[in-house]
Design a protein around this ligand. Structure first.
Ligand SMILES: [Zn+2]
Length: 114
């Protein structure tokens, strides 16, 4: 009986800490707030979040070279001179928002953050 009671207690503690990790109402920001860069297609992207009430938006989505991490200038990169204008997988803004949202919603962002 005592062993069962201890196991039950452990289970309660584990489930309490788990529910605390995944979006506690006491925490002002979710644990993915630091997920602000990733690689989609041929390029690296960086962005910021704007949190308001119970929602958020993705802001300042910027393209970066995935070779040298230099910011994009007209699909060219001033540092390594890679020209991404032809033959590379360049995502649209809407596609990027959907891809980022998908990785946040499904918890995939931790595995893919460079
Ligand atoms: Zn580069």
């Amino acid at each position: 009986m005592v062993i069962i009671a201890i196991i039950d207690l452990l289970y309660l503690i584990i489930s309490f800490t788990e529910s605390k990790d995944s979006g506690s109402p006491l925490s002002p920001y979710p644990d993915w707030k630091n997920y602000t860069r990733d690689v989609f297609g041929s390029l690296q992207y960086r962005w910021q979040y704007n949190f308001f009430s119970n929602n958020y938006s993705i802001e300042n989505l910027q393209r970066y070279c995935n070779q040298c991490s230099c910011p994009l200038v007209d699909l060219r990169y001033p540092v390594c001179k890679t020209n991404y204008a032809h033959g590379y997988d360049i995502k649209t803004h809407e596609e990027l928002l959907a891809l980022i949202q998908h990785r946040i919603d499904n918890g995939l962002y931790k595995k893919t953050t460079p």
